[in-house]
Design a protein around this ligand. Structure first.
Ligand code: NAP
Length: 287
């Protein structure tokens, strides 16, 4: 068996075309532009490259994207003040705080100073709470991208499927588990405790849908994977300057029915989901 590749670049292109049409419609009905600000503290090369790719997609879909670069010595208090100022600025619809932040800045604490309706990454407690309550306001982008990949599989339903999520972070593992549950999958969440108990392979072997989000290069081996599974690899790791996922792609593609590549899988779709959130934020503010 050789898995069908779930091409994230192609999916991102399709989703961004749909988004572009929606933005044109919103502009003509409201006379307003969707404005997004990315707040970056310090000068991080990787983060700047990611910001450039965000700007490129924003330009493509018609969102006005601004990078606000703050000096590396910005204090927690100054950063929170800046996020509050942007939250009160009626011309700004969507705000994100770029990761990583320098030592001395508490990311989660800072994010609480972004207005809930402008929290474009869907990461503050109120937006995560909406997800828990099966609401559909502003969804965390990477989990939303995982779900877009699953929706793009022809004639595929999650209802009753054994779904295994490896990783339980606030930004990926936990929210994606809630989204899978909302689609009536039977969800198991694995983490370091599962590995330490020697149970990880066994759980992965049951998975009809496997979501890998652990941040360890090629950690999940092909032979662990159930034949015919759908494998979504969220991981972004670097080996010898090469980007690889959390799944050993070469061995996994001989077992899976569908698999996302890294790079070119979840990543490109995540950026479009971020832009879609900016539009959702705009709509919440212009009801
Ligand atoms: P994280 O906050 O470091 O969380 C990693 C999770 O994996 C934790 O829950 C941890 O368990 C679990 N874990 C680590 N080693 C494990 C092992 N050996 N066995 C079982 N579970 C293990 O990472 P994250 O922010 O969720 O990111 C995960 C990966 O996704 C990273 O490679 C990151 O770069 C990538 N990512 C990609 C995108 C994208 O757009 N494609 C976006 C965000 C993140 P414990 O909780 O028990 O410690």
């Amino acid at each position: 068996m050789t898995a069908t590749i779930l091409d994230g670049k192609l999916l991102a292109q399709k989703l961004s075309e749909d988004l572009k049409v929606e933005i044109i419609r919103l502009k003509s009905s409201s006379g307003k532009t969707v404005n997004m600000v990315n707040v970056m503290v310090g000068d991080d090369h990787g983060a700047s490259a990611y910001a450039n790719s965000q700007k490129r997609i924003a330009d493509r879909v018609g969102i006005n994207y601004q990078l606000l670069a703050l000096p590396v010595k910005t204090t927690q208090r100054q950063l929170e003040g800046e996020l509050e100022r942007l939250s009160q600025d009626v011309s700004v619809n969507a705000i994100m705080l770029h990761k990583p932040v320098p030592d001395g800045i508490d990311f989660q604490k800072a994010v609480r100073h972004i207005a809930v309706v402008k929290d474009v990454e869907g990461l503050n407690a109120a937006n995560l709470g909406h997800l828990f309550l099966s609401g559909t306001q502003i969804l965390p982008c990477t989990p939303a991208a995982v779900m877009e990949h699953l929706r793009a599989i022809p004639n595929f339903s999650l209802r009753g499927k054994e779904a295994v999520v490896v990783g339980r972070s606030e930004i990926v593992g936990k929210p994606v588990a809630m989204m899978l549950l909302a689609e009536s999958a039977t969800v198991t969440v694995c983490h370091s405790g599962t590995s330490q108990a020697g149970q990880l392979e066994q759980h992965i072997g049951q998975a009809e849908v496997l979501i890998a989000a652990i941040g360890q290069a090629k950690f999940i081996k092909g032979e662990w994977i159930k034949k015919g599974a759908v494998v979504i690899d969220v991981g972004i790791n670097s080996i010898d300057d090469k980007i690889v996922g959390d799944v050993d792609f070469e061995s996994a593609q001989t077992r899976a029915a569908y698999i996302t590549p890294v790079p070119g899988g979840v990543g490109p779709v995540t950026v479009v989901c971020l832009m879609r959130n900016a539009v959702e934020a705009f709509k919440l503010q212009n009801k």
